[in-house]
Write a protein that binds this ligand. Structure first.
Ligand code: ATP
Ligand code: NI
Length: 311
């Protein structure tokens, strides 16, 4: 089946001015490839600063002006040009943004969800979507400052899903929500996918991702290091990359063993494997050679020594 979304070799960098007129380029996403078929929920999992929101913004063509982008993004087989993205954004392709600041503070919630349209059908759909997320009917009449954080999140999601999108890009959609509200939202994403949409779920929370995702792509310091089926996460032996295994071992049900160290910042990327400084399997070459992203055992991995189980 033709993918809904197909990203090939996406790289993003920022132009920055050091001192005076001296310009430097800060690479933040490198060579990212990913595809989503109709009916699929694909999760992108990575820690803070790994490039998740930038990926979402690149897909919606809302990156900041001082950024540069390489690679190809195709939507239903055709490249997503700026004009095409602008035409599809908000209707066929929707973003659930990470921050509630995306709500217009000067506009009541109802008109924001309805995007200014007043037809009875639209108002009806708005009321239905609010009810679905457990928001009282008078939410329509409120301004964003009159909402709690959790309500504002649910309003953002309502705004996104109003139009029966074909591609949903959800950037950390559930922080601050209780388990029931989060479950309801994820359940709705799953339903949209079961109805034929593609869903890209962006989160730092692997456990949450595994509740609905079909596949998981793991992002580390701006690069995908593994793409695995959700079922591969049943045992660490099913996984390919040492970082993915470390994420697995850090889950509460697997002993909550976090790995020491932290992800390198964009200006401090090592030459070889980006995970080498923290990798329990690191050997000589890993520090020098940057590993390619390749197929391995039915998934993808960026490691020259994949699939070795840690004792
Ligand atoms: N406008 C910008 N100029 C320069 N660097 C930026 C800019 N926006 C983001 N970055 C850098 O790009 C990297 C990735 O940022 P991004 O917001 O995508 O992270 P994230 O994975 O979404 O993190 P979080 O989980 O905290 O939301 C970070 O190191 C960040 O500092
Ligand atoms: Ni983010």
């Amino acid at each position: 089946m033709e993918p809904i979304l197909d990203v090939e070799g996406l790289s993003i960098s920022f132009r920055q001015y050091d001192r005076g007129a001296h310009q430097r380029t800060l690479p933040v996403i490198h060579d990212l490839s990913l595809s989503i078929a109709p009916g699929q929920v694909v999760a992108v999992v990575g820690s803070s600063g790994s490039g998740k929101s930038l990926l979402a913004h690149a897909l919606l063509d809302i990156l900041p002006a001082n950024s540069a982008r390489e690679g190809v993004i195709r939507y239903r087989g055709e490249p997503l040009t700026p004009a095409r993205t602008a035409a599809l954004r908000g209707t066929e392709i929707v973003l659930v943004p990470q921050g509630v600041t995306y709500l217009d503070p000067l506009m009541k919630v109802g008109p924001q969800i309805c995007k200014g349209r007043r037809e009875g059908r639209v108002r009806e759909a708005c009321r239905a979507v609010l009810a679905r997320y457990g928001l009282p009917p008078d939410t329509e009449e409120r301004y964003p400052f009159e909402l709690s954080g959790g309500m504002a999140r649910r309003v953002l999601i309502s705004t996104a899903v109003m139009e029966s999108p074909r591609l949903v890009i959800a950037d950390e959609p559930t922080p601050g929500l209780d388990a029931r509200a989060a479950g309801r939202i994820l359940g709705h994403f799953r339903e949209l996918a079961d109805g034929g949409a593609g869903v890209l779920l962006i989160t730092h929370d692997l456990e949450l991702a595994l509740t609905i995702a079909d596949r998981v792509a793991v992002l580390y310091a701006g690069e995908t290091v593994e793409e695995a089926a959700a079922a591969d996460f049943t045992t660490p032996g099913g996984l390919r990359h040492p970082y993915t295994r470390a994420l697995w071992a850090a889950l509460p049900q697997n002993g909550f063993r976090p790995i020491p160290g932290s992800q390198p910042a964009p200006g401090e990327i090592p030459t070889g494997c980006r995970f080498a400084p923290r990798c329990p399997r690191c050997r000589g070459d890993c520090q020098e050679t940057h590993p390619a992203y390749r197929s391995f055992r039915g998934g993808m991995v960026r490691c020259d020594f994949p699939g070795e189980v840690m004792e």
